[in-house]
Design a binder for this molecule. Structure first.
Ligand SMILES: [Zn+2]
Length: 345
């Protein structure tokens, strides 16, 4: 999709850059993609991001290097339907790099960025770049017919690690003077992600295989489930983000009863009485505080990070599924760097 005044100019550049890091799908067809902008010399990088987990990942690589990191999507808002106000254009037009998840998650923000990118500005879609189309997952909430895969890659730690690595690759090209700091920040972060990954695997092993079942309200754990051997029984939230129909609810109740799932999981952002109703009718536990893009605590708090949010989600899921979450509980999720990003609330 070509949008905005730059589209004509960019058509020529795009044909020269299809072999770049950003691949040949998504943003690469309409804007300079990941690590395609010129080095910024003599001043600090200006970076814009979208949802809080991506802001946190970027801020962890940036650390206290001096680059500014400004999130666009307020925490606690529905990121799937968020439409930025025109004032966000000012942030986007001064950004050297705009990091998005992509895969259709933030289309209005992406369009605003494409219409306002400055010369030398680039739009890097992390998810679109790291996930080949053959690995796309489609399901009830993200049906293939609608053309957009499930975009929640960052809830799967190995995929979030690839996001962090791509952020590093971009920063090293755009701000070579601080490349060593970015590399050191990435190495420290990657070690923490690997430790989280190991803890999830150890804790998952304590859950009987037939109990590794996820019935969630918001469909944010599809890639996690594939990675760690869980089965997503279903997600309650339809692709419209409306409440499910009575027929959907009846089908879910039947599924809960036939599978013996021990708990069902609500989303802290999408409060819904439907899951509570299903839990009451079937007698299973209802856990209502999983979160996929609203970080714990407030900006500046030590637990306000992607890493702490992931630990919280997975120890919550393991506990409720009858496993032993000790490997996750004992994990140190303190960041090695200060998070100086701007998180809108
Ligand atoms: Zn989501």
């Amino acid at each position: 999709m070509l949008i905005g005044r730059r589209a004509g100019i960019l058509a020529i550049a795009v044909s020269l850059s299809v072999a770049s890091a950003c691949g040949s799908h998504g943003a690469a067809s309409s804007a300079p993609g990941c690590a395609e902008g010129p080095p910024v010399i003599g001043r600090q990088l200006r970076i814009a991001t979208t949802v809080a987990p991506i802001t946190s990942i970027v801020a962890t690589i940036v650390g206290s290097s001096g680059a500014s990191v400004v999130g666009v999507v307020p925490e606690g808002r529905n990121s799937h339907t968020f439409d930025p106000s025109p004032s966000v254009a000012a942030t986007l037009e001064t950004a050297d790099i705009v990091f998005l998840n992509g895969l259709g998650l933030e289309e209005p923000t992406r369009e605003l960025a494409l219409a306002n990118l400055s010369d030398g500005g680039e739009l890097c879609e992390l998810g679109t770049t790291v996930l080949p189309p053959e690995a796309y997952l489609f399901d009830f909430s993200f049906p293939e017919a609608a053309g957009r895969p499930n975009p929640h890659l960052w809830t799967n730690p190995p995929m979030a690690r690839r996001y962090a690595r791509l952020v590093l690759d971009v920063l090293v090209v755009r701000d070579p003077a601080r490349a060593d700091r970015y590399r050191a920040n990435f190495e420290a972060f990657a070690a923490q992600i690997d430790a989280l990954d190991g803890a999830i695997r150890s804790a998952t092993a304590t859950v009987p295989a037939e109990q590794r079942l996820l019935l969630t309200y918001h469909d944010a754990y599809a890639y996690f489930a594939v990675e760690y051997g869980w089965t997503v029984l279903g997600a309650v939230q339809p692709s419209s983000f409306d409440e499910p129909t009575p027929r959907d609810v009846a089908a879910l109740i039947e599924q809960v009863e036939s599978t013996g799932v021990r708990a069902i999981f609500g989303s802290e952002v999408f409060a819904s009485p439907i899951l509570r109703q299903i839990a009451a009718e079937t007698g299973v536990d209802y856990v209502d505080d999983l979160r996929d893009d609203d970080l714990l605590g407030s900006p500046g708090d030590p637990e306000h990070s992607w890493l702490a949010m992931m630990r919280f989600n997975y120890l919550t899921i393991i506990d409720a599924s009858g496993g032993d979450a000790t490997p996750l509980r004992s994990l140190d999720v303190t960041s090695a760097v200060s998070d100086l990003a701007d998180y809108p609330q």
